[in-house]
Design a protein around this ligand. Structure first.
Ligand code: NAX
Length: 328
């Protein structure tokens, strides 16, 4: 028998959790032959709702679900985990300034980073979905003692998938024809979805579109503001798609990128493409043997440069704010 992989999910009683847990338990991350043990973290008032979700997980009788533990103490829930999906975060409430939001999330991600360093498996991989995702990942890794920074990343795969879907729809091709998509920068409205390096059926995507106005004034804002459009239509923020992207991100990190393709992941910058160290920014990455590397050598023209710089500047502003709050 295979030892179960221990996967922690925070914010497990939330909207994304309600989709994510069932996909994980069904084997969508690890496949049909690897049992999974779920470790679910919530705040105390949400534990009762989480018990209800666990009742539903039981009722699915998933063959790959080896066990479920729930709790409100990260040092208990994260014990021995191989993968931590940090979804739970503090949303911006009415009248909350950006500084208040960053501070509230620092109160979540600093102790979670510390708890992971104390009790998680040495090779734990940490994925931050909860917003502001890039900076929450920076806070977690800065408080995670001896866990190497490269074991932390933040989710821009939903933006990546949205960009693939928009491009495929425009060119009326299946999404599987799109390769080398890249989201640069922050998971926010400043993110830069890049068509200059993307390919459609082996052809440069920007050239295949052949319409700069569409790229600049339709494609980029549609991808960047898709979250708001979902809220407007659905009356709630993206949940199933965010869960699906979280699984895509983790699966790629564990199992590697497809031959001849790359994905977007927000990772601690090593200075590549002039993105300064000390922030978590989205790049094109390949993954081999569980280790990501930033794709090197892409040519960045002035149009792309300006957009990458703007998003990176926003990330540096977030970094400065959390540094002033003593969270790093
Ligand atoms: P919900 O508000 O439905 O659920 C969040 C859950 O987190 C709640 O149940 C809450 O009790 C829990 N929580 C709060 N503090 C916690 C703590 N300290 N420990 C454990 N659990 C805690 O939000 P949901 O729609 O599930 O979204 C979760 C997060 O994902 C939000 O921050 C959201 O902004 C972010 N998103 C990120 C996306 C991305 O692409 N990176 C896209 C989707 C989503 O907007």
């Amino acid at each position: 028998t295979t030892t179960p992989v221990k996967v922690a999910v925070t914010g497990a009683a939330g909207q994304i959790g309600y989709s994510l847990l069932f996909r994980l338990a069904a084997g969508d991350l690890l496949g049909p032959d690897t049992p999974i043990e779920l470790r679910l973290l919530e705040i105390t008032p949400a534990l009762k709702a989480l018990e209800g979700v666990v009742m539903e997980l039981d009722d699915c009788a998933f063959p790959t679900l080896a066990g479920v533990q729930i709790g409100d103490d990260p040092t208990t829930v994260f014990d021995g985990v191989n993968l931590a999906l940090l979804v739970g975060a503090r949303p911006r409430g009415p009248g909350m300034e950006r500084g208040d939001l960053l501070e509230a999330n620092g109160g979540i991600f600093a102790p979670q980073g510390k708890a992971l360093s104390e009790v998680a498996a040495d090779d734990v991989k940490v994925v931050v979905t909860g917003n502001p995702a890039n900076t929450n990942a920076l806070i977690a890794l800065s408080n995670a003692g001896d866990i190497p920074a490269r074991q932390f990343s933040a989710l821009t795969r939903l933006d990546h998938n949205r960009a693939i879907a928009q491009l495929a729809a425009r060119l009326q091709v299946p999404v599987t024809e799109v390769k080398h998509m890249t989201i640069w920068g922050n998971h926010s409205a400043t993110q830069y979805p890049d068509l200059f390096h993307a390919e459609v059926s082996g052809r440069n995507a920007y050239e295949a579109v052949g319409d700069h106005d569409w790229v600049e004034n339709t494609f980029i804002p549609t991808v960047a503001k898709r979250g708001a459009a979902i809220i407007e239509a659905r009356g709630a923020s993206s949940a199933a798609s965010a869960a699906s992207a979280t699984i895509d991100h983790a699966r790629t990190w564990l199992q590697g990128t497809a031959e001849g393709d790359w994905v977007s992941m927000a990772v601690p910058s090593d200075g590549s493409y002039g993105v300064p160290e000390g922030i978590v920014s989205s790049f094109p990455v390949t993954v081999t043997d569980g280790e990501w590397s930033i794709v090197q050598g892409l040519e960045i023209d002035d149009f792309s440069r300006a957009r990458i710089d703007a998003s990176v500047e926003e990330l540096q502003g977030e970094r400065d704010a959390v540094q002033e709050l003593g969270l790093l």
